[in-house]
Design a protein around this ligand. Sequence first.
Ligand code: TXA
Ligand code: MG
Length: 328
Amino acid sequence: MSAEIERAASLLRAGELVAFPTETVYGLGADARNPAAVAKIFAAKGRPADHPLIVHLPDATHLERWARDIPEAAWVLAKAFWPGPLTLILKRQPDVPDAVTGSQDTVGLRVPNHPLALELLQAFGAGIAAPSANRFGRISPTTADHVREDLGDAVALILDGGPCTVGIESTIIDMSGPRTIVLRPGMLSAIDIGRVLGRVPMSADDPLAPPAVRNTRAPGTLEAHYAPRTPLVLMPDDSLPITLRNAIVQQEHVAVLATFPAPFGHPLIEWHVAPTDPAGFARDLYANLRMLDALGCTRIIVQKPVGQPWQAIHDRLKRAAAGSGGDA
Ligand code: TXA
Ligand code: MG
C-alpha cells in the first residue's frame, strides 16, 4: 500500500476529510461512523444537514453492518454490479449515525469501481460517507483539480486518480420498500438492472411510484442541481443553426456543446464538439460544462440528447438547465 493511501486512511481515522476519485465523480469522504467527521462534510459543501450521504464500502461483505432486511434482489445486484456505479438504498441498521442518513430509516450504500477508492476503503477497513466533492448545487467534480477549485483548503487531502471514467453520478436504486425504484438514473440503466433482476425497476417519476418516494430527501433529485453559473439551455440539433444566427445578430457571445461540428464559424460562437457516444459524452460532460462556464458567455446551449441510452445524461442536463444562471 502506498504511503499516500496510508496517510489518507489515518486522516479518516482522525476525523478529517479526504477527497478521493471514484469511477463516477470525486467523493468528499469522512469516517461514516464518526458524526463529527460527517458534520465537516456538510460544512465544507455548504449542504443542508438533513440530506443523506452514500456510504462507500470496501466490498459487499460489509453490507450487513449497515443494512438490515436485505432483500435477495439486493444481493443479486451487488454481485452483478459491485464494484460499480450503483447505489442501493436499504433499511438501515439502528447504529448507523443519523448524520449519515438524514435521520431516515434507510441508508445508501455502494462499492465504487476505482483502484484508488478501493485501496483507500481496504486500508480504512470500514464505511466512508462521501457525497460528490463539489459545493452544494454546483457541477460535480471529475478531476482532482475540480475538487481543489471548489473545496480547496476545506479538505485535508485530495487523492488524485486522474479523470473519472464514467463521469456522472451512480444510479440510485431504492430497495427499502416493496418495489424496486430508480431514484436517480445513471449510466448503469434500468434496462441493465432489469436484465439481471428479470424485471425492469420503476422510475421515481412514474405516476405509479409511491408518493413517499417523491418526498425522499435526495438533492440528486432536486430540479436545480449540477448547475453552471452561465444560463444553460437544451436545444434540438435542428434548431441550433437558426438560434446561432439570431444570437450573432444580437451580438450575443454563446457557447455550444454538440456532438457535431459547427455548421459555420463566427468569433462570437464558442463551439465545442462532444463525443457522439453516450459513454464518452457522459465521461466528458462535467469537465465540458465547467470549461464552457468559464468562458463568460451569455448562454451555454447544449444539443438536447434523445433516446434511452442518453436518459441519465438528459436528466443531469435538465437539472443543470433548471439551476443555471444563479449568482452563487
Ligand atoms: O456516484 C456517486 O454516487 C457519487 C460518488 C462520490 O460515489 N456520490 C454522490 O453523492 O453522488 P451525492 O451525495 O452527491 O448524492 C447522493 C445521493 C443524494 O441525492 C442523496 O440524497 C441520495 O444519494 N441518498 C443517499 N442516501 C439516501 C437515502 N437513504 N435515501 C434516499 N436517497 C439517498
Ligand atoms: Mg452531488
